[in-house]
Design a protein around this ligand. Structure first.
Ligand code: ADP
Ligand code: ZN
Length: 732
């Protein structure tokens, strides 16, 4: 045997892009040079599939003798996955107990393999089809509504029009949609670091200098950038971005939800002279392909995106910003169950670059890491330009109850009237979409439930439907009780934002109102329209869910009313108090951001609760000290670690038996506690019966290995699915 030559390996280990398949060894044909991270095509059975070279010379442990190996078919012309990113992928797959290939696909989504140029897209520029069907008519109407934006691939247009691709293809065949060739690799504009730099306050200047130094040092450096809402965190991290651009590097800015970034994008453009590259699921295939290519070769200098932007193969990443780092939406609960905030920090470590977690309301995990010195803690203590934080007052609902059938106390009502009289704006915050969370029959007591989930159907009066907020199932609001048939006995129970809007309209008929939820703000364009309407003062009262608490800066908004501060405490998982605090502080932070002082009224039935006291006094220290002490005592994160196993099946018995089998084989070990199996509180979801096990482990235990070993010991039928959720945020 010849010694292995690392420069020209004879066999390589490849991760094939095929679900359920582990790494496979292939021979390297004569004349082909392969390196780790290269994209390849390999034979698999009668087919050829794409894969990535993960290890060279895996001959160290050959399961298949060299003579039996099939050869790599081709090396693809793609920038190879760099070593630090491969390490990150390895780490993520290991830590979150996920298949490697699923993590690799987050770096190399399908568009990575499209040809760079000359994509075919379709435009609505031909005559109407000779044969019109309802589907076609619907598609044409929606596409026409998009104006010139109707250029897209068949798949994109199908998505935009809400029809199948076959309908789009039919319209192509009919000549209504006309094919055009578009270039797939247009370059994003280059942000100018000196376009419009602000004059920073001394506090801001000091923090910005620290971040700029960290970017220049080009070493791993995690930061918690904590500052009250309106303190200028964005302006300050813009300086870090400018420094990275000056050095020729790239910056990734992660945001909780790309649909809400319109105001942020405008601010970025005002500061840097052009928009950054936005990476999101709404991109058309050609745009996505171009964006991916520009990220992979470094032309895209600043990329803003939600979770999915994190694993992309940036050529010259120099800094990562996680904006609103406390947001739970950074936790992905499908596919690979990972926390983008935590993986972002890990990416910084692997690539040797600063990571900035910016937030006014840091998560307990982040607070603890900062207090230990693991993260460097930077503070912006006051609002910029002398703006004062709003005055906060608790409204005891037991002493100031609202009128029958109403939800706003007289105290809040009076404040709204005063605000209207001054010509200023109010925001009413209630984190519940729709009109009413429950529809009940007064004749028989029946509650209308989703057929596929353990959940009530939520009435949406604007769309006249009942909807399940878990699976999306919808039905028209029935005229009579589906159980007993009684008519006129169905009543809506409890408020959602639409119901509050109704009360507001009834009480202040002349007020101009906007309901802001994911049902009404469905696109960046809608978000931008809302911002304009509020800024031009054509809205008096905004009624919104947590969607409205994120990032908006409305100078004339002076009153925030929290309709039900107790809502988030129901259900009571370990983060309930923390999450309520974050939401209410963020909502409060919308008040008084301009020259006029703001005030916040918090409606609660438990004004004595620690959380309410913390909110009322604007002093969270005691509240968090107690929360952190409790977590430490109970060995909860970040002091101990949690993982959940969610066992599900469409067959109730199979799910139960599967969960029992896992329970019976649970690892027994010092410092490890397995709770369950028990039916999940969401016992049925999307038609699947669900059981849960919760593992609590001391930090020093090798949790991923324990989980892997456990799962490997329990064979389960194909009808049973087990989801591993490491560091879970959802406990339903
Ligand atoms: P945060 O991100 O902490 O909520 P922002 O960066 O959004 O704060 O700042 C709040 C408001 O104050 C924004 O309108 C911002 O443009 C403005 N602002 C903050 N710092 C400065 C500055 N140094 N110069 C001019 N405007 C500033
Ligand atoms: Zn459902």
């Amino acid at each position: 045997m010849f010694p292995a030559n690392p420069a020209h390996p004879q066999r390589v280990r490849v991760i094939p892009f095929q679900h359920g398949l582990g790494p496979l060894d292939y021979a390297v044909p004569a004349g082909m040079t392969l390196n780790a991270g290269d994209a390849v095509e390999v034979p698999l059975g009668p087919r050829r599939i794409i894969g990535v070279v993960w290890d060279l010379d895996s001959a160290a442990a050959p399961e298949v003798p060299a003579s039996k190996l099939r050869a790599v078919a081709a090396r693809l012309d793609l920038p190879p996955l760099a070593a630090p990113l491969r390490r990150l992928i390895d780490w993520t797959a290991d830590y979150y107990v996920a298949p490697l290939v699923q993590v690799v696909r987050m770096a190399w989504p399908s568009v990575a393999f499209l040809p760079a140029r000359a994509l075919t897209e379709y435009r609505l520029s031909g005559p109407p089809p000779a044969r019109m069907t309802p589907e076609r008519a619907k598609a044409l109407e929606l596409l026409a509504g998009r104006g010139t934006g109707t250029l897209g691939s068949a798949r994109d247009l199908a998505r935009i029009a809400g029809v199948s691709e076959a309908v789009i293809r039919g319209l192509v065949a009919a000549g209504t949609l006309v094919a055009e060739t578009v270039s797939g690799d247009a370059s994003p504009p280059l942000p100018d670091p000196d376009h419009a730099a602000p004059v920073l306050s001394p506090d801001q200047q000091a923090v910005a200098a620290t971040l700029v130094d960290a970017v220049d040092a080009a070493q791993f450096a995690p930061f918690l950038l904590e500052g009250v809402t309106g303190s200028g965190k964005t302006e300050v991290y813009f300086e870090a971005i400018a420094a990275a651009i000056r050095r020729g590097g790239q910056v990734l800015v992660m945001v909780p939800e790309i649909a809400l970034t319109a105001p942020w994008l405008d601010r970025f453009a005002a500061r840097f002279g052009c928009q950054p590259l936005a990476w999101h699921s709404d991109l058309k295939t050609s745009e996505r392909r171009a964006a991916w290519a520009a990220i992979a070769d470094g032309r895209a200098r600043v990329v803003v995106g939600a979770r999915s932007a994190l694993f992309l193969p940036y050529a010259r990443l120099a800094c990562i910003i996680v904006d609103e780092a406390h947001e739970a939406s950074f936790k992905q609960d499908e596919g690979v169950h990972y926390h983008a905030r935590d993986v972002a920090v890990m990416r910084g470590r692997m690539e040797g670059l600063p990571v900035v977690l910016a937030t006014a309301t840091p998560a307990i995990e982040t607070q603890v890491l900062a207090s230990r010195g693991t993260y460097r803690h930077l503070h912006l203590p006051s609002r910029f330009g002398g703006a004062q934080l709003p005055q906060v007052r608790l409204v005891d609902m037991t002493r100031h109850p609202p009128a029958r059938g109403a939800w706003l106390s007289p105290v809040l009502g009076a404040a709204i009237s005063e605000t209207l009289a001054l010509g200023e704006q109010s925001l009413l915050f209630l984190n519940r979409r729709g009109y009413a969370p429950l529809t009940l029959c007064r004749a028989c007591g029946h509650r209308i439930q989703c057929p596929d989930c353990t959940a009530w159907m939520v009435e949406h009066r604007l769309s006249r439907r009942l909807a399940c907020h878990h699976c999306g199932h919808q039905l028209p609001v029935p005229a009579s009780c589906p159980e007993c048939g009684a008519t006129d006995h169905l009543v809506a129970c409890g408020p959602g934002v639409e119901r509050i809007a109704e009360e507001v309209q009834r009480t202040w008929p002349d007020a101009r109102i906007a309901v802001v939820t994911s049902d009404t703000i469905t696109s960046p364009a809608r978000a931008a329209a809302l911002v304009t309407a509020v800024e031009q003062r054509s809205i008096d009262i905004i009624i919104g869910t947590q969607m409205v608490t994120k990032g908006y800066h409305f100078p004339d908004l002076t009153l925030v009313g929290v309709v039900d501060a107790d809502l988030g405490l129901q259900g009571g998982d370990l983060r309930a108090g923390e999450r309520s605090w974050q939401q209410i502080v963020q909502a409060s932070g919308r008040a008084g951001r301009g020259h006029k002082p703001g005030r916040v009224l918090i409606q609660t039935h438990q004004p004595g609760a620690a959380l309410m006291q913390a909110l009322g006094k604007g002093d969270a220290a005691a509240f968090f000290a107690a929360e952190i002490a409790a977590r430490r005592d109970l060995g909860q994160p970040p002091f101990g670690r949690l993982a959940a196993l969610i066992v599900s099946s469409t067959d109730a018995d199979a799910a139960r038996l599967g969960a029992q089998a896992l329970g019976a084989a649970a690892p027994v070990r010092d410092g490890l506690l397995v709770l369950g199996p028990a039916p999940a509180s969401m016992a049925m979801l999307r038609g699947r019966h669900r059981h849960r096990l919760l593992i609590q482990a001391r930090r020093e235990l090798p949790l991923p290995a324990i989980l892997r070993d456990w799962l490997a010991r329990v064979p389960l039928p194909a009808s049973v699915r087990v989801v591993v959720d490491v560091d879970p945020y959802s406990f339903v």
